[in-house]
Design a binder for this molecule. Structure first.
Ligand code: AN7
Length: 350
């Protein structure tokens, strides 16, 4: 049978109601790309892989959870869905709602959503509303709206989002034959880390695939789980994880602790440096997506982490194309050269 998305592949392991009617864009089945040069740079004698979730249909990991949430909605005749978003959830909700014939409304923080995400949400036909506030404010508002009106909430407070998202853990175990030693990933609203831990535990109970230690990584300017308190005005170049009050913060801390891992913070410079490093190995991810492996590199450099003999998976949550402006802003702009052979030869041979 041709591949038909994560619900078709993993429904037996997903806690979805019988009424669920699969709405899919063939999300999932993303590759584990080996990163031998990064492994060498971090000391060698280890395997490092990027699970490139940016290769999902709308360019981010959110599609796994969204197929589940929207399918559950479709099965009970929901007409409209709503979410708050730093961008990727918005694009994903918009696409799956479009596919299901549902109306989609998204609330985003003004001026802080990367161009490729906003364009996606608009292109898929969502009603996009900016608010003069943060993601956290937007989330509070959509929760109230979904209680007051017949509009279903598809943020990761919706439990079916986690049911879909955890399929990424199943895929990793199926591809590697077992769980890795470490899983490194960015943490924003904390749905993803919660889902991975659910998925690895479930697969281990059923198939004895083992459990990874989890390294959750926040941006230093938006690190409520590291500081142990909400951040009122989160800031970071990684706008995807510019979140000060994670909805599933408690569960994220539990996942890190129960797995024998931890949650740390990295600087924006570390994030951008890892974005460049991954691109230099052929994998271009958006800034937030580089945070997980930036955290790994930081821990190795600080002597907190011995990679020898370890198998490590970094979750690269979104594609670099989502945020083209960051490249123009922080990386070298192309030279402008007179269109003559002489001028070009001078530049090339410089
Ligand atoms: C690329 O789209 O919260 O910890 O509204 O887009 O599960 O929130 C995005 C989050 C990591 C953090 N990497 O995941 C949204 C949103 C990327 C992201 C995260 C996000 P969670």
């Amino acid at each position: 049978m041709p591949y038909a998305g994560v619900i078709q592949r993993y429904r037996a392991y997903m806690d979805l109601p019988d009424h669920t009617r699969p709405i899919t864009l063939l999300e999932g089945a993303t590759p584990l790309i080996p990163l031998p040069r990064l492994a060498q740079d971090l000391g060698g004698e280890c395997e490092i892989y990027a699970k490139f979730e940016g290769l999902n249909p709308t360019g981010s990991f959110k599609d796994r959870g969204m197929t589940a949430a929207i399918s559950e909605c479709a099965g009970r005749g929901v007409q409209a869905v709503i979410c708050a978003s730093t961008g990727n959830t918005a694009a994903s909700a918009a696409a799956y709602a479009a596919r299901a014939g549902q109306r989609c409304i998204v609330l985003i923080p003004q001026g802080k959503v990367a161009a490729g995400k906003l364009a996606g949400a608009v292109a898929y036909g969502a009603q996009v509303i900016q608010i003069d506030g943060s993601f956290d404010d937007a989330l509070t508002l959509v929760v109230s709206l979904s209680q007051k009106y017949p509009i279903a909430l598809v943020n990761s407070l919706n439990p079916y989002r986690l049911e879909g998202q955890k399929t990424a853990a199943f895929e990793i175990c199926d591809d590697l034959g077992a769980a890795p030693d470490w899983l490194c990933l960015p943490v924003g609203n904390a749905g993803n880390i919660t889902s991975y831990w659910m998925g690895f535990q479930q697969y281990d109970s059923l198939k004895h695939t083992g459990r990874p230690r989890i390294l959750g990584v926040q941006a230093a300017g938006s690190a409520p789980l590291v500081l142990g308190r909400p951040v009122e005005k989160p800031e970071t170049v990684a706008t995807a994880i510019r979140i000060g009050r994670p909805a599933r913060g408690e569960q994220a801390l539990e996942a890190a602790e129960q797995s024998g891992g931890r949650i740390i913070a990295v600087s924006d410079d570390d994030i951008l440096a890892m974005q460049r490093r991954l691109a230099a190995e052929g994998v271009w991810v958006e800034p937030a997506s580089a945070a997980g492996l930036a955290g790994l590199a930081q821990q190795v450099q600080a002597g907190q982490f011995d990679v020898r003999g370890k198998r490590i998976v970094g979750i690269c949550t979104g594609h670099g194309l989502k945020d083209p402006e960051i490249i123009a802003k922080t990386m070298d702009k192309p030279l402008l050269v007179t269109p003559t052979l002489e001028a070009l030869a001078e530049v090339i041979n410089r």
